[in-house]
Ligand binder design. Structure first.
Ligand SMILES: [Zn+2]
Length: 145
């Protein structure tokens, strides 16, 4: 923020000029001028603080905008192929619950075989996704989803 840096420099210069004026012998003799210069110094000091806070707020907003832009870019690259999300052209599967709920990309765990299903588990939310179900009747017949 070049404008803010310039503004801070201007205020600092005004403060320095005001301080040197307050030390001037002719002004020190006049109580009214002394009070006005003290007021002016207070106003400039407050302005300096407010501008610094404004700079922090703007920096925070810029950071938020960057995070939202990154999120938007990620959303544009994601594809949903039930039950997982995938980055375009990449094989890694991401937990759809974690993405839908918190916009977090969490790799689901490897295929795990249970008694009746083949599942993948999200290490974060522990959601279990049935990837393949086995029907047991006169031998195992697999049907994939
Ligand atoms: Zn998850």
């Amino acid at each position: 923020m070049d404008y803010i840096a310039t503004l801070l420099t201007s205020i600092q210069t005004a403060l320095s000029i005001t301080e040197s004026m307050s030390k001037s012998f002719s002004i020190m003799k006049n109580a009214e001028y002394t009070l006005k210069i003290a007021d002016l110094m207070n106003i400039l000091a407050d302005a300096k603080i407010n501008i610094s806070e404004l700079k922090n707020e703007i920096d925070n907003k810029i950071s938020q905008i960057q995070k939202l832009n990154n999120l938007l870019e990620t959303k544009e690259k994601l594809e949903f192929k039930e039950p997982f999300y995938y980055m375009q052209g990449k094989p890694d599967a991401y937990c759809s619950r974690c993405w839908d709920k918190d916009n977090r990309l969490i790799h689901v765990g490897p295929l795990v075989k249970t008694n009746i299903d083949k599942i993948r588990i999200c290490p974060e939310c522990k959601n279990e996704y049935i990837v393949e179900q086995e029907k047991i009747s006169m031998g195992a017949i697999k049907t994939s989803r």
